[in-house]
Design a protein around this ligand. Structure first.
Ligand code: SF4
Length: 246
């Protein structure tokens, strides 16, 4: 089977909670976020085409990892490849996780039994106009994102809900509280498996659109203020290789 994969990071200590993992970047995405750092791999191209057997070989030779995460792009766009790699990873006794923008709940349902980690990026308060401004979509799939959150909340996987905090776009206390309110309404606090809520620094230098490249990065104080206003356990801050758990 052929998959479209732009890059593999053999080992990362920051992409999977408490596990050294390899990260596989699937190319292709159905969003067009202005702040995207991975925009160069948003389109699948033939130069990214690779036989999955080669990927399996790379994973199986890596003795330093205890987990594997698929990132992107949007990994669920290549569901068959994701399932094939996920089944292989689990057969090796490694943990398996994904990053997702939450737009593909039906694909998420098909992968859920393999997943030990689901990292869902929430871009803004779940309102059309707010989401459209960041994702570049005229009709952002909000009901699908809410459905994915529900599936993840009801699953046994570790769930990390992440927000890249972008000055002037989604950085007010009201914005973050409105996202937390939706999570609470969906049962986020009742889940038995572990969860975290991560506020991430926006990095303008590599942003996709110029409008975003002109912004400042998120200050640590902004992230700290937001974190202290949220009534959730296990709130994390991620600021340039400086993760903090409050
Ligand atoms: S930030 Fe994520 S969801 Fe948005 S375009 Fe980039 S890869 Fe896609």
């Amino acid at each position: 089977m052929i998959a479209y994969i732009a890059e593999i990071i053999p080992i990362s200590f920051s992409d999977y909670p408490k596990e050294p993992c390899c990260v596989i970047f699937f190319s292709g995405c159905n969003f067009d976020c202005g702040y995207c750092q991975n925009w160069k791999i948003k389109k699948q191209s033939e130069e990214h085409a690779i036989d999955i057997e080669k990927i399996k070989e790379i994973i199986s030779k890596n003795n330093l990892i205890t987990a594997c995460k698929i990132s992107g792009g949007e990994p669920l766009l290549q569901l068959e490849a994701l399932l094939e790699i996920g089944n292989f990873v689990k057969s090796l006794g490694l943990k398996f996780g994904i990053d997702t923008n939450g737009s593909m709940p039906n694909a998420l349902k098909k992968a859920i039994s393999l997943l030990d980690l689901i990292s869902i990026d929430i871009k803004a308060p779940l309102k059309m106009e707010r989401y459209a401004k960041i994702t570049g979509l005229s009709n952002p799939p909000l009901s699908s994102i809410i459905e994915s959150l529900k599936i993840a909340i009801q699953s046994n996987a570790y769930l990390d809900v992440r927000i890249v905090v972008i000055p002037g776009f989604n950085d007010s206390i009201e914005d973050v509280k409105s996202i937390v309110k939706v999570l609470k309404e969906l049962g986020y606090e009742n889940r038995s498996s572990k969860s975290s809520f991560t506020l991430m620094e926006f990095v303008p230098e590599n942003a996709h659109r110029e409008e975003f490249r002109k912004l400042s990065n998120t200050s640590l104080k902004n992230l700290m203020d937001l974190a202290s206003s949220i009534e959730l356990s296990n709130v994390k801050i991620y600021h340039r290789a400086f993760p903090i758990t409050l």
